[in-house]
Design a protein around this ligand. Structure first.
Ligand code: GLN
Length: 539
């Protein structure tokens, strides 16, 4: 019998539900169980592909091309498992399926109602994941915060499942305990209210993960236990940590894994967190430092700076830095500032390497091109991801090949389109078919011998994940190659350019990929291209 763990959040968003869920998953996997995790996003959007990265963070992409919440990235990194569309659910997906079923007369003339039909569909989806993967334990993270209207039907689904299977389902509430500066004391009341809200939805938490800037002390643990009816041992202290990768080890100090297993009537079969401990040791004992500049635009929201839009890039940099026992420092550079004042470009000299990550729309593009030119000419290691590769090609076309009007047709309709739409994409755009229609998910790439890419991967054919509409225009390929741009990887089926680089020996590291290597980097298995890049940066 498959067991279930539902994880919900209290008090506010951003308290680390995703990392908690991923960490519990990792712990249970290390105890010998087959684990799956599903994320439920309360948005009406069918997938994350149509959401603004500044509002919702990075759009993560799985092998099967699902554009999903960034938490799936956390799950993949912690579980070291590839996930699929079955691991992701949104309100939009649920309603879309129910409405389609109604149109197909599959409800046999019955009134279709929000309750029970919507929660039933949610349950069906959870069971489908279980059936397809034959998981021992399925974790379900419910997005949003308890008490809000948007995720009520998901809590309702969880409640219905618990009713049918009281011994096989555990509820974890990840809540936040603020320590207001003027008081200097950690407060439990908001969490008490969160538990009340959950109670109103018919759910009593089995475990409370108490997030806060510091550890939960004994008096507050006692208070929470009494007011929330949760055993003190099931209230887990979860203070801020330097690295998210410490979280599973922290939870294990409170024996969280075994507490959960016991409630589910299970027993640990093995214990293999050893490799994870080694990782955390490397993180905490760096021997050197490496500083990477990210030239982007998706990090300003009002007066605050957010890093969520580039989370996988960030983690991929860290994984490789940890591998070399280096402390990663990351600096954010706003590409628009280079457009306003190109003299600002010299700040790029302060870093060991530069990344231009993925992006959409023309804002900040010219500044990124200036940054790439600066890296190429000043021999600063450069790694371009998707848009970062496309712009490296534009820069090369303009400044090396002398095609002054070169650009991507995404940004100019009158340019020489060295980066251009494929015909099928042009039709999709014309028909306003934007959702889930990019070139998405895993495609193969054949590597050219004696290139930086080939050396990094050590393989002939690789597979990487994509999310883009535009491509290097093959009409310009021979012109670019004649001037020294190396096409180091192509898609064998369609002859599309996947990797470009400068000739080996000409530059310490200058490489761009049409795909997103960051999605496949794992803490215990850093991505080969990031590894090669960080190696060059450390030099
Ligand atoms: N905007 C570009 C495209 O659609 C790049 C996309 C990206 O960087 N993910 O092709």
């Amino acid at each position: 019998m498959t067991k279930y763990i539902f994880v919900a959040g209290g008090v506010m968003s951003g308290v680390g539900k995703g990392i908690t869920t991923a960490s519990i998953g990792r712990i249970l996997k290390s105890k010998g169980f087959k684990v799956q995790i599903m994320k439920i996003d309360p948005y009406v959007n069918v997938d994350a592909g149509t959401m603004n990265p500044i509002e919702h963070g990075e759009v993560f992409v799985t092998d099967d091309g699902t554009e999903c919440d960034q938490d799936l990235g956390n799950y993949e990194r912690f579980l070291e498992q590839d996930l699929s569309t079955d691991n992701y659910l949104t309100t939009g997906r649920v309603y879309q399926a129910v409405i389609q079923r109604e149109r197909n007369l599959e409800y046999q003339g019955k009134c279709v109602e929000v309750v029970p039909h919507i929660p039933e569909e949610v349950i069906n989806r959870i069971k489908l994941l279980e059936k397809k993967t034959k998981a021992d334990i399925v974790l379900v993270e419910i997005g949003g915060t308890v008490g809000e209207y948007q995720n009520l039907l998901f809590l309702e689904a969880a409640r219905m499942m618990k009713l049918k299977n009281p011994k096989g389902l555990v509820f974890v509430l990840v809540s936040y305990l603020p320590t207001p500066q003027n008081l200097g004391e950690m407060k439990t009341k908001p969490t008490q209210y969160a538990v009340r809200s959950l109670n109103m939805a018919g759910i009593q938490p089995d475990i409370i993960v108490a997030r806060g800037s510091s550890a939960l002390d004994a008096p507050r643990k006692r208070k929470l236990s009494i007011f929330c009816s949760v055993d003190e041992k099931d209230i887990i202290s979860a203070p801020d940590v330097k690295s998210i990768y410490e979280v599973p080890l922290n939870y294990e100090q409170d024996d969280l894994g075994n507490r959960i297993l016991k409630k589910l009537g299970l027993k640990a079969k093995v214990n293999t967190l050893g490799d994870w401990e080694k990782l955390v040791f490397n993180i905490n004992n760096p021997k050197k430092e490496v500083t990477i500049g990210i030239v982007g635009k998706y990090f300003k929201t009002g007066g605050f700076t957010l890093m969520d839009s580039y989370i996988s890039v960030l983690e991929a940099i860290k994984h490789s830095a940890f591998f070399f026992q280096a402390k990663p420092n990351i600096i954010w550079f706003d590409s628009e500032s280079y457009e306003a004042n190109p003299a600002n470009l010299k700040e790029l000299k302060e870093v060991d390497g530069v990344i231009v990550p993925g992006g959409f729309g023309s804002r900040g593009v010219e500044g990124k091109i200036l940054a790439i030119e600066y890296c190429r000419k000043n021999k600063i290691p450069y790694f371009g991801l998707c848009l970062g590769m496309q712009l490296a090609v534009v820069e090369f076309a303009r400044n090396v090949c002398g095609i002054k009007n070169a650009n991507s047709t995404e940004f100019s309709s009158t340019c020489q389109g060295v980066i251009d739409l494929m015909p099928e994409q042009r039709q999709l755009m014309k028909d306003s078919h934007f959702g889930a229609t990019m070139r998405l998910g895993a495609y193969q790439c054949q590597l050219k011998p004696s290139t930086l890419a080939k050396k990094a991967y050590g393989a002939e054919v690789i597979s990487e994940r994509h999310r883009h509409r535009y491509e290097l225009n093959n009409d310009f390929r021979s012109q670019l190659e004649a001037k020294g741009l190396v096409v180091a990887g192509t898609n064998p089926e369609r002859n599309l350019v996947e990797i470009v680089e400068l000739k080996v020996g000409e530059h310490p590291f200058f490489l761009g990929t049409q795909f997103h290597p960051e999605f496949k980097s794992r803490p215990l298995n850093p991505h080969p291209l990031f590894k090669e890049f960080i190696k060059a940066c450390l030099k």
